[in-house]
Design a binder for this molecule. Structure first.
Ligand code: SF4
Length: 227
């Protein structure tokens, strides 16, 4: 086990139950500015928290080429109004180039490959300069996320992963948004429980979980960024 991995494992235990700001301040103590936030722009809660710990913090947004206009608008509003540095990351190929090589609508025929090309690989290279990254994963979002730790070792990328709001519920998020006037993607007020690429995201129905609208009708429930 490397020193960095041991640090992550210990912090995962020590900071379990800690407030998100304490987890993010720990990140600043450990890594200075060598960490970033990844945001889907469903809301700006994590960028807001992170900017309080580290003004100017890098916020990575994966522009897959398939986003809703509302998501791009939220990204632009975050960049224009918040003390963060938004880094928009694009895949190696445009959608047209991907269509030419793999055929159109790859997201229907092989969403895992589409996500690998348009999300996982771009994030991989975007994270290279950092020692740690933070995501907004929450345990209450999906069964696959129940065991998420607030700090963990990202073995695939050899870096520390922070999940500062892992223990928060949607009510906690809503309360933070209301108390701090945080930007929220308009789609979240229009029936969407989670925001991803337009072809793979639908509104959720009464009683469905927040992520039920992602890749609905398939067995896929994660894009591969967090597995
Ligand atoms: S969410 Fe859908 S469109 Fe977006 S990268 Fe994955 S498969 Fe492709």
């Amino acid at each position: 086990m490397t020193n960095l991995e041991a640090l992550a494992v210990k912090a995962g235990d020590d900071l379990d139950g800690a407030e998100p700001m304490d987890i993010l301040r720990w990140a600043v103590e450990q890594f200075g500015s060598s960490w970033c936030v990844a945001s889907s722009m469903a809301d700006a809660v994590l960028p807001h928290l992170a900017s309080r710990a580290l003004p100017g913090v890098d916020v990575i947004f994966l522009d897959t080429g398939y986003h809703f206009a509302e998501t791009i608008g939220t990204r632009d509003a975050v960049a224009a109004t918040m003390p963060v540095t938004v880094r928009t990351i694009t895949p190696a190929q445009t959608v047209a180039q991907q269509d030419a090589q793999y055929g159109p609508r790859l997201f229907e025929r092989d969403p895992d490959q589409c996500c690998a090309l348009r999300k996982v690989a771009p994030l991989e290279s975007a994270l290279t300069p950092y020692r740690a990254w933070a995501s907004g994963l929450r345990r209450d979002e999906a069964i696959t996320r129940r065991t998420v730790r607030v700090v963990e070792w990202d073995a695939k990328r050899g870096m520390v992963k922070l999940n500062p709001i892992a223990a928060w519920t949607q009510e906690d998020v809503d309360a933070y948004v209301a108390a701090n006037g945080v930007l929220v993607n308009p789609l979240m007020y229009d029936g969407y429980g989670s925001v991803g690429c337009a072809p793979c995201t639908r509104r959720i129905l009464e009683g469905e979980s927040a992520r039920a609208g992602r890749w609905a009708g398939t067995s896929k429930i994660e894009c591969g960024l967090h597995t």
